[in-house]
Design a protein around this ligand. Structure first.
Ligand SMILES: [Zn+2]
Length: 98
């Protein structure tokens, strides 16, 4: 195959795979930027419900960005609610790495 044609074919193949990838990503239903606060049990439950669903692209759903806010006591130790929240997030992280 002449070099020019080969290069053109390679370029077309790349364009096609990029298009397929974009179409695939459009099916993503992962949550967007998510902020979790330790005093907000309802919010954590919503988060748990959201990530327990699956995404057609990524499998396990995971927020685009996850920000976990920690509350601390005067002596700088985490509040009980913060510890619980961090444990819940750790469970999701480890599940995701499996
Ligand atoms: Zn996704």
């Amino acid at each position: 195959m002449p070099g020019k044609l080969k290069a053109r074919l390679a370029k077309l193949e790349q364009q096609l795979s990029e298009r397929v990838m974009r179409q695939e990503l459009r099916k993503c239903n992962c949550p967007g930027i998510t902020i979790l606060l330790p005093n907000d049990v309802e919010h954590l439950e919503q988060f748990e419900a959201q990530v327990s669903l699956t995404c057609p692209v990524h499998g396990l759903r995971w927020p685009e960005r996850l920000l976990v806010v920690n509350f601390v006591h005067m002596n700088k130790t985490l509040t009980e609610e913060s510890v619980r929240l961090n444990q819940a997030v750790d469970v999701y992280h480890s599940r995701r790495l499996e």
